[in-house]
Every structure is written in C-alpha cells, then in structure tokens.
Design a binder for this molecule. Sequence first.
Ligand code: COA
Length: 323
Amino acid sequence: MASHASIIGTGSYLPKKILTNADMANIVDTSDEWIQSRTGIRQRHIAADDEFTLDLAELAARQAIDAAGIDSSEIDLIVLATTTADQIFPSTACLLQSRLGCQGGPAFDVQAVCTGFVYALAVAEKFIATGSSQKALVVGAETFSRILDWTDRNTCVLFGDGAGAVVLEARDKPGILSTHLHSNGDYSALLHVPSGVSNNYAAVQEGRAYVEMEGSEVFKMAVRKMGEVVDEALEANNLAKTDVDWLVPHQANQRIIAATAKKLGMSMDRVVLTVGEHGNTSAASIPLALDTAVRRGDIITGDKVLIEAFGGGFTWGSALIEM
Ligand SMILES: CC(C)(COP(=O)(O)OP(=O)(O)OC[C@H]1O[C@@H](n2cnc3c(N)ncnc32)[C@H](O)[C@@H]1OP(=O)(O)O)[C@@H](O)C(=O)NCCC(=O)NCCS
C-alpha cells in the first residue's frame, strides 16, 4: 500500500534581537506608520553576528522533533529550504544532519526563495509516498538580514530572520492531500540578488550581494498567483472553499494575505497571520506561522490546512494538509 506523509510535529525559532519599526526609522527614511499601513509588519528578528542559518534551523528542528515525540536518530531524510545557506557547500541540510546525529539518509537543500518550504515539503512528501523515507525533517531557515541593503528603504524594512520545521511520518492515510508547484523564470529580474558564486563573486566577497525588488509588480503577481493556487488545490481535492479550516499563507505582507483571503471568501479569523511579529522570513515564514497556530491550539488534529506561497523566480505553490 502506498504511504502517505503526515505532519507529526512542528517547531520554530526566532532570534532574540528585535528591530522595531521605530528602530528602522533610525536606519532609513521611513516610519512605523508607513511600514504598518503598507505591510502590517511591526518588527523583525535579526540573527546575532555569531548566529547562522544552521543554528536557527537546528533550534526549530529540535522543537519539531520533540513535538513529534521521536528521537532525532530516527530521521531518515532532511530537506531544508533556504536562500541564505551558511556555506557554498556542503548544504545546510548536511550540516544539520550531523548536528542532529541522523547520518546516513539523504539530506539536501532546496532553493525556491519564499516558496522554498512548499517546495521542500512537496519533495519530502514524494520520498515518503514512494516508500523511500519513513520519517522526514522539512525545514525552512533564513538569515535574510545578511542579503539586505540596509540603506534601501524599499527592501530592508520588509524582511527578517527565522526558522521553522516539521517532521513528516509515513502513515496509512493522508496527511498531505496534494501539492502543486510552479515557477516562471521570465520574471527573475523583478525579485532577485543579481550576483552569486559564478557571476560577480566580488559582490559576495565585498558584502554587496543584496536583494533587489520591483515591489508593486511583485505585489500584483503575488496576489494573482496566491489566488490561483488556492483554486487549483481545491479543485484537485474536490473540495469547496468552506472545507478549508485554516489558510497558512507565506507571510510577506498583510495586504497580500488579506487580498488572497478575500478572493477565497475566507474571513481573516481563519487565516494565520504572523507577519507583524517577524516580517518576511522567506522560506521560514510558513513553518513559523504553522507552528505558532499549532502551539496556540488553533490548528488541531483533523483540520484541513492550506499552505501557499509566492516568491523569487518567480515561484509559487500550495499544499493541502489534513493535520
Ligand atoms: C513594497 C511595498 C510594501 C510598497 O507598497 P506600495 O503600496 O506599492 O507603495 P506605494 O506605491 O504606496 O509607495 C511607494 C513610495 O513609498 C516609498 N517608500 C518605499 N519604501 C518606503 C519605506 N520603507 N518608508 C517610507 N517610504 C517608502 C517609495 O520610495 C515610493 O516613493 P515615491 O512615490 O516618492 O517614489 C509593496 O509594493 C509590496 O509589499 N510589494 C511586495 C513585496 C513583497 O512582499 N515581496 C516579497 C514577495 S515574496
């Protein structure tokens, strides 16, 4: 019998250091009123100088493993979504595997920027569905603050650092009911860091490899695609909008989230909203929001949860999950 992937534990971590909107107004020409009214963001967490993506990932992963009630040595697959890996290689997933003491199974990073966690979850789900893995750790972890231009008010106020994780286990019944992934590289220049290892490595070495974004173009596309993936997921599962208990969208901007919820005809009290607390943490945002809602006791066993994201690439996608 085919196996299905069920989420059996969630975890998250936010660095201790907080920059409020008032703090941001001391760094660039902005205001709490501008940031809150355009984005809903009140503050962001910033990793300490000696704190890295791996450290954030480990703390979130250990919490998810504890919540799952398993030993970390039982993990036989790690898929880690990040745009801000600590090293060029090995992957952050391999470094995490060593810290957790679950050597032997596959461990690798996936890169789909803000859609990274949905991509990672979809990949891990397929490993479990084919019987290749029994217990998978899926992580989204970012130190996005390290690729921000702290003189550019168009971008630096929007992002923050953090990590979230889930443990998946092979079960007889779902679990993850569907995943849908998309990308369109034609839009790469609207949201990107235009330098890297092979192209303009000097910018990386000199700490000038920064996020660049056409905010209003990204906004319009995000609203359109986040709406489309909701319809796609519901149709694939033969479900009505009212069958979804919780929407856990990528936490980039409260206005994008509200527009998506409106399209869905879903009231905001069924939408998990944490962007105010931590800004856009890219691949970490969905597992952070999911863990927050699970720990609050909002999302409970049996709930149907739709997660969806949009990000650089462009990439976008969804997963419908029965908890
Ligand atoms: C970035 C974003 C918040 C801007 O909001 P907006 O409603 O489009 O902005 P507006 O058009 O009202 O305002 C733009 C003006 O605000 C200014 N501005 C930009 N950032 C600012 C800031 N932090 N503080 C004050 N003013 C700012 C701009 O310079 C511009 O000024 P100008 O008109 O004099 O040139 C919005 O476009 C957005 O959220 N885009 C999507 C971003 C995102 O989520 N990206 C990641 C997706 S994964």
